[in-house]
Design a binder for this molecule. Sequence first.
Ligand code: ADP
Ligand code: ADP
Length: 232
Amino acid sequence: VPAARVRGLTKTYGTGQALVRALDDVTLDIAAGEFTAVMGPSGSGKSTLMHCCAALDTADSGEVWIGDQDITRLKDKALTRLRRDEIGFVFQSFNLVPTLTAEENIKLPMAIAGRRLDQAWYDSVVATVDLGDRLGHKPNELSGGQQQRVAVARALASRPRIVFADEPTGNLDSRSGAEVLELLRHAVDDHGQTVVMVTHDPVAAAYTDRVVFLADGRVVDELRDPTREQVL
Ligand code: ADP
Ligand code: ADP
């Protein structure tokens, strides 16, 4: 089964004269073990799609399946469990807790959930993010690239089946961005995880297996094994 299936997803913001159809009957499969990019103009619905897929927002109609569960039908408790155990999310602006060290940030979701950390998995994630002695530092003592690597490690720490990333390299220089993209690529290639990433950057898209293009809340095109030139 696909890691995620979106069926007829529709979401409208606002009321009366000021209606905006952010998603208009979106149907999409995300294959397990693939790295997918979502691209499209500003306002085309990319963030809304990611938030609905990650159970951070709800649509007006349609279905979102994560594995074998239609998450639009889950009750609060099951939704909390799904967000905690099956889904990772990486934000453009890192969203780290400023008063905690990198290590504490990475372990925080597991700690809050009262879940025991798989030490071997944690060690391998931390080794890949390559922070060295910076693990004991707080976010304001880290570069943007290091902060985003911490955020990726935090998203991976619970070993989720799918990770959503909304412009994870949008605030980074190209070298830091490449490091974050390599981390996500590694999660797919070496750990069989599934990653879906919103990006505007053709260089970032070229790291993925597939690009899905949105326009006006609809899927308008897609591309396999994209090259940078193809998505420019
Ligand atoms: P993208 O991520 O592709 O830039 P978004 O999903 O953020 O697109 O937005 C899609 C459309 O929905 C845009 O027209 C945007 O202005 C609108 N929109 C998004 N979030 C809200 C919101 N909370 N309230 C009202 N309109 C919104
Ligand atoms: P993106 O970088 O994906 O284009 P935006 O900067 O458009 O995102 O939006 C950032 C946040 O503001 C999102 O969480 C979105 O839901 C919200 N938002 C976007 N458009 C509107 C809008 N017209 N009215 C209210 N909130 C909005």
